[in-house]
Design a protein around this ligand. Structure first.
Ligand code: ZN
Length: 377
């Protein structure tokens, strides 16, 4: 294992932070996997899964079983980890701009097209190499300019992942069952990942609206393929997904080991790890079908009040069924919150006092009915 320490731009005079990336296997093969944990720094379960991954990857490397290179960033957001505010670890938003750390990564398609127009040919593998080189060249130009600490961190993470075949961004929700987000064109490779993890929702979109990390590294490939067409084929060279490792209090060694085994079995089945199958990890049946992110219903509180749930994460609800009640302690007004679509309630908030308009839970319906910005803040 090789350890790289990447210094970040100091946020203020006299401070210094660094990002740590761990590199297993051999980079000269051209095969690459990139995994990062806790881009939202308040989400702790991914950090524990990364610890389990680090130990298992070290053993696999010692046994010579890593086919290419596997890069693990066991804590992707040291800036967010510093956001300790009055006893609460924040870590989801940049303090300077208010922007979510997992939004507004740089989407490269429009800049890539004129660079690639004169050089792509009929060989898909050569085109893949040219696309990756052009991506890294664009990011290198950006890296040479003055970036804020957060911009620099996002640029660094994107650069580390941009030439990978598989990118897994490990997060968690507040109270939730395991679920996975991926691009619609990546539905087929996402299914075994969701099955191995025991995911209860697999949510697909081509463009979720705000350029989250996984989408930024994957989306260029299907957009360039559509632009250049069959005469200059661009292969689907990157599978990327955001994995939501249940709720933020589910920090348990047994779960972390189980999740690490599932992720490594996924990498083995994709040809990035040699050796025999993990039969126990591979024995699970799929717990969900893929559904559109445009079919997720965020259920909102109609007024302020005490939030009392009658449905748990993982429950399947019918259209019109109540999932919670809101009770205003100042007016005694009571309102039932009902799903308008049938599907699985896969995540809910952890607080129990709702503000008017607050999204309190999400139901994965089967039919797309939303558009525009599909992700929460
Ligand atoms: Zn997150």
């Amino acid at each position: 294992m090789r350890t790289h320490l990447h210094p970040l731009t100091p946020a203020s005079a006299g401070t210094a932070r660094q990002l740590r990336s761990l590199h297993f296997g051999r980079c000269e093969t051209g095969q690459k996997v990139y995994i990062q944990a806790s881009l939202h720094a308040d989400e702790v379960p991914p950090m524990l899964v990364a610890q389990a991954l680090r130990e298992r990857l070290a053993a696999l490397e010692a046994a010579g079983l890593i086919a290419g290179e596997i890069v693990l960033v066991p804590m992707a957001n040291p800036i967010g980890l510093s956001q300790e505010m009055q006893g609460v670890l924040c870590g989801r938003f940049d303090m300077g701009t208010g922007l979510n750390f997992n939004r507004h990564f740089r989407h490269l398609t429009a800049e890539l097209i004129p660079l690639l127009e004169p050089i792509l040919g009929a060989d898909p593998l050569q085109n893949q190499r040219l696309v990756r080189a052009a991506c890294l060249a664009l990011l290198a130009v950006q890296g040479a300019t003055k970036l804020s600490e957060t911009e620099g961190l996002k640029h660094l993470l994107q650069t580390l992942a941009m030439d990978a075949d598989i990118v897994l961004d490990l997060h968690c929700d507040t109270q939730a069952v395991m679920h996975v987000y991926a691009g619609t064109p990546l539905a087929e490779p996402a299914k075994p990942l969701a099955r191995l993890l025991g995911a209860q929702a697999l949510l697909l979109s081509r463009d979720s609206g705000d350029h989250p990390f996984d989408e930024t590294v994957a989306r260029i490939w299907w957009e360039l393929a559509e632009h250049f067409g069959p005469s200059r084929p661009v292969p689907p060279a990157c599978f990327a997904a955001t994995v939501e490792l249940r709720g933020d209090l589910q920090v348990e060694p047994q779960l972390a080991e189980q999740d690490a085994r599932a992720l490594l079995e996924f990498l083995r089945q994709a040809g990035h790890i040699d050796g025999p199958a993990d039969l126990e990890a591979d024995a699970k049946a799929a717990l969900c079908e893929a559904t559109p992110l445009e079919g997720v219903e965020p259920i909102t509180a109609p007024h302020n009040g005490i939030l009392v749930f009658c449905k748990q994460p993982g429950d399947v609800v019918a259209a019109g069924e109540a999932v919670a009640e809101v009770i205003d302690p100042l007016s005694d007004q009571r309102s039932l919150l009902c799903a308008t679509v049938a599907g699985r309630l896969f995540a809910r908030v952890s607080r129990r006092y709702a503000g008017a308009g607050m999204r309190v839970c999400k139901v994965a319906g089967q039919q797309a009915f939303r558009s525009g910005k599909l992700l929460s803040l």
